[in-house]
Design a protein around this ligand. Structure first.
Ligand SMILES: Cc1cc2nc3c(=O)[nH]c(=O)nc-3n(C[C@H](O)[C@H](O)[C@H](O)COP(=O)(O)OP(=O)(O)OC[C@H]3O[C@@H](n4cnc5c(N)ncnc54)[C@H](O)[C@@H]3O)c2cc1C
Length: 462
């Protein structure tokens, strides 16, 4: 590797190259705070041409590069030791919103919240939004991007018409289902392994002005599953999300230790869009559902709904949660194994292990996504499940051990891990994760990035 990395890059790219201590410190960790990798330099390109210059240089000089959006992934997916961090946040322009064709052309470092605000002013909205709108377009397209409308529209990666990708050797390629499809299929859910996404064309839809949300509560998992299936099947609501919420009830002996244990409840939030100030009739829209209790109903603007979790994130940021380690473990389960898997895990999970975080339960359809590298079980319905703890670093080890066991059990339940969280896979487990797609992944890596310089160390190819 060149001894003069920063000097070389500065002479090629000028002020977008930064090797100050503060910046290197910033780029050394991610939201997980579980690992540190210190780069030698951070570069914040504004264009695909600058990205190409960086990747050509890195390829000539054998320098590893990681692409970093907002680094909300949690086990070093966007980190690199001793190389270049390519921050996409310099590419933060919404280039064009086409109101006739209902599309948005954006640079990949745009955060979804900025696109939502600009589209909302025109009465438009992207079809699928993640809960956290402070992450980048490139970052979620590289994972999948799941949201409360995924049961209808699939992942964000299913809702992209065209990408511009800079390959590891510096070629700027426009790809879509019609043109350079192989790269299009590798870039979506590709974890930045096969190129840097620099631009995306995203379809928008006309949105209704208002939403009505119903907060239903269930006291058993089978009940919330049954009603979720009904709701997804008949499409009476536009958005669906759920949680597993513990009520600590006492101590019991488990594996020879006295532990706090809880009874679990399942809030289900279902939302319907409406126009002309005419909300749905509550008795009609809730007909046939059997919650333990209907807790609340409320109307909100479309924009308030999109940003509905901001107050939770604000609270997290103000308290100790945000600065803690975040070994989040998200999984996608086949419907027929959901009850067994979640019931078993929740019985073993002492509520204090969450440390202020929560557990997501995400009913979804299994037929709306077609992204080749987004690994998910087969079936008409699927369940997303995410344990999202925030743990002080000194206490995280036993939590990681418990999560490793829960992660191994996912495999036995024929489920798949979602790859933004705490991933502790061996080479064998990576092969298992990608299953019949492993050969595609391994051979594409050799083809597009033969020196293995892009985002090294996360997927273990050997
Ligand atoms: C509070 C919170 C809430 C969340 N909610 C959801 C949710 O509702 N649904 C959901 O699906 N996920 C959710 N996530 C996970 C999050 O969406 C993913 O971790 C996403 O990848 C983060 O985007 P980012 O910009 O931070 O990407 P980063 O973490 O910076 O990068 C993620 C991966 O993408 C690669 N990458 C980033 N940009 C590019 C690019 N331009 N080209 C190529 N590769 C690139 C990186 O190299 C890395 O491998 C949540 C995370 C947090 C912390």
């Amino acid at each position: 590797m060149s001894q003069t990395l920063s000097a070389d890059l500065k002479s090629l790219l000028g002020s977008i190259v930064d090797d100050s201590n503060n910046t290197l410190e910033w780029a050394s960790s991610d939201f997980g705070r579980l690992m540190e990798k210190r780069p030698k330099v951070v570069v914040k390109p504004h264009s695909s041409e600058e990205v190409s210059t960086i990747l050509k240089y890195a390829n000539d000089q054998d320098v590893p590069v990681s692409t970093r959006g907002e680094a909300h992934s949690q086990t070093g997916q966007s980190l690199v030791e001793g190389g270049i961090v390519l921050s996409s946040r310099g590419m933060d322009k919404i280039l064009h919103i086409d109101e006739d064709n209902l599309t948005a052309d954006v640079q990949s470092g745009v955060v979804w919240g900025d696109l939502v605000k600009e589209a909302d002013a025109l009465g438009l909205v992207p079809r699928v939004l993640t809960n956290n709108l402070g992450v980048t377009v490139g970052g979620t397209l590289s994972m999948a991007g799941l949201g409360v409308a995924s049961f209808r529209y699939g992942a964000q990666g299913d809702n992209v018409l065209e990408l511009e990708v800079v390959t590891p050797t510096g070629d700027i390629v426009v790809c879509s289902p019609e043109e350079n499809q192989e790269l299009f299929d590798l870039a979506r859910s590709g974890l930045g392994q096969f190129g840097v996404i620099t631009r995306a064309k995203i379809p928008l839809r006309k949105r209704a002005n208002e939403n009505r949300t119903y907060i239903l509560l269930y006291d058993d998992l089978r009940g919330v599953m049954a009603d979720s299936k009904t709701i997804m099947g008949d499409g009476r609501f536009d958005f669906i999300e759920s949680w597993c919420t513990p009520l600590p009830v006492g101590l019991k002996t488990d594996d020879g230790r006295r532990r706090v244990f809880g009874e679990w409840f399942y809030p289900l939030h279902v939302t319907k869009e409406f126009v002309d100030g005419k909300p749905p009739r509550d008795d009609e829209i809730l007909e046939g559902l059997s919650p333990y209790r209907m807790c609340h109903a409320e109307n909100r603007s479309a924009s308030d709904f999109a940003f509905r979790l901001e107050p939770v994130f604000e609270l997290w940021k103000r308290g100790p949660y945000w600065g803690s380690t975040h070994p989040w473990m998200e999984v996608v389960l086949p419907w027929d194994m959901t009850f067994f898997y979640i019931d078993t895990v929740l019985k073993k999970l002492p509520p204090p292990m969450l440390g202020g975080g929560h557990i997501l339960l995400w009913p979804c359809t299994g037929t709306t996504s077609n992204i080749p590298l987004f690994m998910r079980p087969k079936g008409e319905f699927l369940m997303g499940f995410g344990i999202l703890p925030g743990i002080p670093k000194d206490y995280v080890e036993p939590v990681l051990e418990a999560l490793d066991k829960a992660s191994d059990a996912v495999n036995m339940a024929n489920g798949k891990r979602y790859l933004s969280g705490y991933i502790n896979f061996t080479h064998e487990k990576w092969k298992q994760h990608f299953g019949e797609k492993w050969e595609t992944v391994a051979s594409a890596k050799k083809k597009y990035d033969p020196k293995g310089l892009l985002n090294p160390g996360f997927i273990l190819y050997e």
